[in-house]
Design a protein around this ligand. Structure first.
Ligand code: PLP
Length: 398
């Protein structure tokens, strides 16, 4: 079938492929230790669910304004100001169908063929494809395990050319959990201001950071507004992945452009989900610390378990809920090697050890695997047992 160059430039999300391969095995009754999905395993808090039920009962089931219902466009900047110290107004806020949609729309209105977007690697799978879909080129800047996979201003600056339009910083990062601290973030902002480039800050994991880190937004920095686009979401903070509500905070003309593209595509995010998100933004934040406490326990268990496997190294993620071990000792042609690539290895792990995880290639990081620890301690233990066994009996497994 003849499809456009635009669609042929991108691939289906590799995380979605892993999830569907694991689901197929589960459907056949296979017990999978599933480290694949990047979503909280906690239920959406009750007060948020009740707000959605109330919205249905009150017949709030019609089209809404394209940029979101007025109370939510007020509540998001108010929440962001309270939690993260910014000063946005409702006109500087657009509600979107998840954070991914906010990124897609912002990139589509900001870049085109010939433009470059700087993206630290390992990167979240969707960034390069969204950039390519918009016709621009991702310019990859490597981050390093020994500095916690944290993007550095000096590396960003070196990658800037006359074609650079946007720098993307995702902190805490999916897949590494890397966090850019406030001072370094401000240095990146200063470079963007000097070179008149947009700084897109993806804050979807903002509230899942481990001590001594604290939630941080670059929008709290003085005079940041003119060059910053904040991308946020209720998906992770409030365990609301399926509700599909995210947002962009940015100068009004950019928000207007995002609303324009929405007016010709999605029309508006689901009305009912917007009322649920309104409750998330206005209601208690007491549901967040228990989730963080649980992730903290799981992080310890999984990182220690992975480090105990001979030949595997794993940094402590500073945020989010992913472990990102280096398993390159088992790749290649050598005597210990189990597979040529991580992709091959992750297929073997799924088929032979019944462990689902995402290969590093998906994130521009061959040699690494991503394990989501948004799953119970029991399942983490079971998965670790299987991994230890697989690597210990390496030859038998191949
Ligand atoms: C780094 C990052 N940004 C954005 C998103 C988008 O999340 P959502 O569209 O559910 O808000 C995700 C989801 O996994 C993510 O990991």
């Amino acid at each position: 079938m003849q499809l456009t160059n635009r669609i042929n430039r991108i691939q289906t999300s590799p995380t979605a492929l892993v999830i569907s391969a694991a689901e197929q095995l589960k459907a056949k009754g296979v017990d999978i230790a599933d480290f694949g999905p990047g979503e909280p395993d906690f239920p959406t808090p009750d007060h948020i669910k009740k707000a959605a039920i109330k919205a249905i009962e009150e017949n709030r089931t019609r089209y809404t304004p394209t940029g979101g219902i007025a109370p939510l466009r007020e509540a998001i900047p108010a929440w962001h100001s309270r939690e993260l110290g910014s000063t946005y107004t409702p006109k500087e806020c657009a509600v979107t169908v998840g954070g991914k949609h906010a990124i897609f729309n912002a990139i589509c209105v900001l870049v085109q063929a010939g433009d470059e977007v700087i993206l630290p690697a390992p990167y979240w799978v969707s960034f390069p494809d969204i950039i390519k879909y918009a016709g621009a080129t991702p310019v990859i800047v490597q981050t390093r395990p020994d500095s916690g996979f944290s993007a550095k201003a000096a590396d960003v600056e070196k990658a800037i050319t006359a074609k650079t339009k946007v720098v993307i910083i995702n902190s805490p990062s999916n897949p590494t959990g890397g966090v850019v601290d406030g001072a370094e973030f401000e240095r990146i902002l200063a470079i963007c201001k000097k070179r008149n480039i947009w700084l897109m800050a993806d804050e979807c994991y903002s509230h899942f950071v481990y001590a001594p880190h604290k939630p941080f937004s670059i929008a709290s920095a003085k005079d940041s507004k003119e060059h910053v686009i904040i991308i946020g979401s209720v998906s992770k903070t409030f365990a609301m992945t399926g509700w599909r509500i995210g947002y962009a905070l940015a100068p009004e003309p950019l928000i207007q452009a995002i609303i324009k593209i929405q007016s010709q595509s999605t029309s508006n995010p689901t009305s009912i989900a917007q009322y649920a998100a309104l409750e998330a933004m206005r209601g208690t934040m007491d549901t967040v610390p228990p989730m963080l406490a649980e992730y903290t326990k799981r992080r310890k268990r999984i990182v220690e378990g992975l480090r105990a496997i001979s030949g595997v190294s794993c940094e402590w993620p500073a945020g989010a809920f992913y472990a990102f071990p280096n398993i390159s000792a088992y790749l290649g042609e050598g005597k210990n090697s189990l597979a040529k690539t991580c992709t091959e290895l992750s297929k073997l792990l799924l088929e032979k050890a019944h462990v689902a995880l995402v290969p590093g290639e998906a994130f521009g990081a061959p040699g690494f695997l991503r394990l989501s620890y948004a799953t119970s301690l029991e399942r983490i233990d079971e998965g670790l047992r299987r991994l230890e066994n697989f690597f210990a009996h390496a030859e038998a497994a191949v």
